[in-house]
Design a protein around this ligand. Structure first.
Ligand code: SF4
Length: 336
């Protein structure tokens, strides 16, 4: 076997990837990661990997790894000429807005998002006309055009904190597009939907389907279990769990506690990563796959690096400039 390939297999094994590959498949994965990492250097490209990606992407080729907030923040500091976004399209658009002079690419044409596709800029303008004077607080899972119509962007990592800050100055807000996240935040903040917070109707096709009654079933089966759920889940489920947050908050929670078992109610990639990071902890599976996130593979990243032009993400300058104001406001309020 080629020395470089056997070195790459050793590197991936040290990262624990052999435990996530079926027999004999590690050599195929190593061949791909070796070539991708070579092309990355040649093109001075950086790979951003969202935590919903599979471990071969996150550990094998990811340079910047995290949730939407961390990736957006990290992207602002990269010195690479190109950003390859292993996440969904709105995340790559956010990277482009924050780095307008750089080339940004997404490896799959199917990397959409039901939340992002559930609202348009015209919908936001309509909401503003119905509720004049109210600020529009927008979840990051939206298109560049929707962000450009917004006053402040939030992620699941900072939405509660930023909304608290907004309520210091405004009696009510418009929150889009995730209806469940809006209801969960309203409950956490003691606000009344339809009076203090006006919501849109979109939802995440992955998180909306978790069934709240299963939490109790798992608790009975695994005494001492701690249930953590993403803020995009329906409110009835959130009421049944011990912790609600974004994936970054959930990972920190797991790291800093020592429960008998953890039930991670979110996309499956997150649980896979948690198992690799904390092999000594006990995780119970209750997850769903996001078809958009999973449309990205090592093969698609390699194809992109060989021929990037068809996968470039473009945002018109005027839209990017307006959207950046709302994203910068998030960084300012999240830090303050
Ligand atoms: S998990 Fe839901 S919110 Fe996240 S990318 Fe998939 S569809 Fe969109």
């Amino acid at each position: 076997m080629d020395t470089r390939l056997s070195e790459e297999i050793k590197r991936l094994t040290a990262l624990g990837l052999h435990r996530r590959c079926v027999e004999g498949d590690l050599a195929r994965v190593a061949g791909l990661t070796l070539e991708i990492n070579r092309l990355k250097k040649e093109r001075n490209a950086v790979v951003c990997a969202h935590v919903y990606q599979t471990p071969d992407i996150i550990l094998g080729i990811g340079d910047l790894v995290g949730d939407s907030y961390k990736l957006a923040d990290d992207c602002r500091r990269t010195e690479a000429d190109a950003i390859v976004f292993c996440g969904v399209h709105f995340m790559a658009e956010t990277a482009k807005i924050l780095n307008h002079s750089k080339k940004v690419y997404v490896p799959s044409s199917n990397a959409g998002c039901s939340l992002s596709e559930g609202i348009t800029a015209a919908d936001v303008r309509q909401l503003k006309a119905e509720h004049p004077g109210l600020p529009v607080v927008t979840y990051i899972n939206t298109s560049a055009e929707v962000k450009a119509e917004s006053d402040c962007i939030v992620t699941s990592a900072n939405a509660e904190k930023i909304l608290r800050r907004m309520y210091e100055r405004h009696k009510a807000v418009i929150f889009v597009p995730d209806r469940f996240m809006g209801l969960n935040l309203a409950r956490a903040l003691g606000k009344i939907p339809g009076k203090d917070i006006f919501l849109w109707k979109s939802s995440c096709v992955v998180h909306e389907r978790f069934q709240p009654e299963l939490i109790d079933v798992y608790r009975k089966k695994y005494p001492g279990l701690v249930a953590l759920a993403h803020a995009e889940c329906p409110s009835e489920l959130i009421k049944a769990v011990d912790f609600m947050g974004g994936t970054g908050d959930m990972m920190r929670y797991v790291e800093s506690t020592n429960a008998a078992a953890y039930l991670l109610v979110t996309e499956c990639g997150f649980g896979e990563l948690a198992k690799l990071r904390f092999p000594e902890k006990n995780f119970i599976a209750m997850c769903r796959l996001c078809p958009y996130m999973k449309s990205i593979t090592l093969e698609s990243v390699l194809a992109l690096l060989k021929d990037p032009a068809p996968r470039e993400v473009l945002v018109p300058e005027a839209v990017a400039a307006k959207a950046k104001v709302a994203i910068d406001r998030m960084f300012e309020l999240a830090a303050g």
